[in-house]
Design a protein around this ligand. Structure first.
Ligand code: COA
Ligand code: AMP
Length: 626
């Protein structure tokens, strides 16, 4: 049996032994005597009686063990022309003092803190400071508009919000403070304080009595120590798109998360203490949480925080420059970033200008890795290009080629094999496993391994309804796909209303709710259609109310703006067509899948349940238009 097969089999046959061994790589105040609490299915808890501190394991521990002078964090910001390195010692000092600021503002164990920051070191410092005092952070991606931030404020009810005066998108300065102020105005819950990092590109006006300036607050604060928390206490809440307008508050615990991420650095990423790991994502997404912040620091690596884009800051050679300058061993990003680079530099000429000799692995996730991008990156770099599949809910890879355990032969289009701990099955709608090669829902047998969501924030019911009710005993991933005869998993796409735009997870259902709120709109549909660079982009179709006389182009423009104002620029809905009718089944369901197929140029069969084929025929030319 191969080493992978042995470890995988052991993880399922003896999960407690398997994860108890992995837990030895974490420093505990009280090591867990129980590994898995399965007394209350479908809720499972890992390491229920262990206590630890995630910040201690990510920072203090390395200083204690002699890594105080090693780089922990390299901030590389082409958009501001800045580079700054924090050693583990310096990071400890910064985190402990900011923890002192939060403590001084009355933040205690279990209190929530929203972090609405761009890609600057303060984002990591704020997250780790929360972990240090047992507070629960909830990072909100900077590309979301005020109403989205307000929804998260109302759900997480934070005592404090940490933000900045602005973010920088390429050459544009995006002022964050007006968005924050507006969100607080919209929210029913009001935070007691906001701590604002002033940046020279746009200095924000502070609200007296509520807002504090980051620098002055830190200057007056004393460092505070780590507090022990239960392994099952929440470390963070990360909101992600579901099928409705209300995002899902994915909860991450402390113990399972630390154990799983630490294990993944050795076994999935083959990246060790002292080596440089770069996740080119954003702290607002799960990839940023797990692989910019926690996993590389838990492993004693140097993590790179890059405030820039793959192209345009200043060119398509930016990634190669960062890899060369900082000696990056492992780069993790989304396929869309590589498609963007390829579009500008198809021959990969810019890569030749840099010394990439330390570069060993390119990991890609966040959306399907198309075989063409896989081939291009493999040929250009001559190193393993590894597709791996996971999601906000799991927090780490479900299916991957495990570089540190036993690399497998690659099959383009497949992220390879299930990671130990994930008992992946393909089932039909009735829950029966399908034959190899047949497509179905991808589900994972419970219990999920450590690191995955134990529930949704204060909503056990929605957790069960969203993920566990469809197939009792299994977690429904929301993705469809198949396994081939060798057991390789192929992930073909979402089976719900979630789409992936440039690696950003968005809900078409939520966009439909926004379009439907426009007074001229009678009904609407939003579908994700193929895009060469972003993978998918949303397109909207609306039917206007009878008697509506506004020009179609005007309504379209208003709807595009409405999505920007309500959800944010990141939704990237640039096109809404006004049509006379939407194709439906006889029971009134809009045929979104058929519309999507036609828009993507597939030979889509007309469903026998269609109410009026003429409606679909009339829509074909609109769907086909670029
Ligand atoms: N703050 C504010 N606005 C943001 C933002 C942020 N953090 N991130 C994105 N936006 C804005 C963009 O400026 C853009 O605004 P515009 O419509 O006014 O131009 C809009 O949201 C859409 O952004 P995006 O989809 O990223 O498109 P883009 O054309 O700016 O960039 C790529 C395209 C491919 C270069 C970019 O998406 C990218 O680098 N992707 C990498 C993938 C990634 O990091 N995924 C995370 C998970 S691994
Ligand atoms: P997010 O929660 O934002 O990380 O998005 C998770 C979703 O992105 C998954 O459910 C998949 O639909 C998609 N996804 C992530 N990684 C991959 C991958 N390697 N291959 C195919 N789809 C992926």
């Amino acid at each position: 049996m191969s080493r992978y097969a042995q470890e995988f089999a052991r993880s399922l046959a003896d999960p407690e032994g398997f994860w108890a061994d992995a837990a030895k790589n974490i420093d505990w105040y009280r090591p867990p005597s129980v590994v898995l609490d399965d007394s209350n299915p479908p809720f499972y808890r890992w390491f229920p009686d262990g206590t630890l501190n995630t910040c201690f394991n990510a920072v203090d521990r390395h200083v204690r063990d002699g890594r105080g002078e090693q780089a922990a964090l390299i901030y590389d910001s082409p958009v501001t022309g800045t580079q700054r390195t924090y050693t583990y010692g310096a990071l400890l000092e910064a985190v402990a003092r900011f923890a002192g600021v939060l403590r001084g503002l009355g933040v205690d164990k279990g209190d929530r803190v929203i972090v609405y920051l761009p890609m600057i070191p303060e984002a990591l410092i704020a997250m780790l400071a929360c972990a240090r005092i047992g507070a629960v952070h909830s990072v909100v991606f900077g590309g979301f508009a005020a109403p989205e931030l307000a929804t998260r404020i109302d759900d997480a009810t934070p005592k404090v919000i940490v933000s900045a005066s602005c973010g920088i998108e390429g050459s544009r300065v995006i002022e964050y403070k007006p968005i924050l102020d507006r969100a607080i105005e919209l929210a029913a819950h009001k935070p007691e304080h906001c701590v604002i990092r002033q940046r020279p590109q746009a200095v924000a006006e502070l609200t007296g009595g509520r807002d504090l300036d980051w620098e002055s607050a830190v200057a007056g604060a004393a460092a505070v120590d780590c507090v022990p928390v239960a392994a099952t206490d929440p470390l963070y809440i990360l909101y992600t798109s579901g099928t409705t307008a209300k995002p899902k508050g994915v909860v991450r615990d402390n113990g399972g998360h630390a154990v799983a991420l630490r294990w993944s650095m050795d076994n999935v990423y083959d990246t060790r203490a002292g080596e440089v790991f770069w996740a080119a994502s954003d702290v607002g997404w799960v990839v940023g949480h797990s692989y910019i912040v926690y996993a590389p620091l838990l492993a004693g690596c140097t993590t790179v925080l890059y405030e820039g884009k793959p192209v345009g800051t200043p060119d398509a050679g930016a990634f190669w420059r960062v890899v060369a300058e900082h000696g990056v061993k492992t780069l993790f990003t989304a396929p869309t970033a590589f498609r963007a680079i390829k579009k500008e530099d198809p021959a990969g000429e810019l890569a030749q200008r840099y010394d990439l000799s330390d570069f060993r692995y390119l990991f890609l996730a966040g959306e399907r890795l198309d075989p063409e991008t896989y081939r291009w990156a493999s040929e250009l770099l001559g190193i393993p290009v590894i597709d791996h599949w996971w999601q906000t809910e799991t927090g780490w890879a479900i299916v991957a080629d495990l570089m540190g355990l036993e690399p497998m032969p690659t099959k383009a289009g497949s992220p390879t094999m299930p990671v130990p701990g994930f008992d992946v099955r393909i089932v039909d709608a009735g829950g029966t496993e399908v034959k190899p090669g047949d497509t179905g829902d991808i589900v994972v047998r419970l219990p999920l391994p450590p690191g995955c969501l134990p529930t949704l924030w204060q909503d056990d019911e929605r957790f069960v309804a969203s993920y566990l009710a469809a197939h009792p005993g299994y977690y429904t991933t929301g993705d469809g796909g198949y396994r081939d005869g060798d057991g390789y998993v192929f992930v073909m796409g979402r089976i719900d209303d979630v789409i992936n735009v440039a690696g950003h997870r968005l809900s078409t259902g939520q966009m439909e709710e926004v379009l439907a709120s426009h007074p001229a709109v009678a009904e609407c549909a939003v579908i994700g259609v193929h895009d060469d660079t972003k993978g998918q982009v949303p397109r909207g179709f609306v039917v206007l109310k009878a008697g509506e006389s506004a020009a179609h182009s005007e309504v379209s423009a208003e709807l595009v703006q409405l999505i920007r104002d309500r959800i944010g620029a990141v939704a990237a809905l640039r096109r809404v067509d006004v049509v006379t009718a939407l194709p439906k089944t006889r029971s009134g369901k809009i045929l979104r899948k058929t519309m999507r197929g036609i828009a993507d140029g597939r030979d889509e069969a007309v469903p026998s349940t269609i109410e009026d084929p003429a409606v679909l025929d009339a829509l074909r030319p609109v769907l086909g238009r670029d």
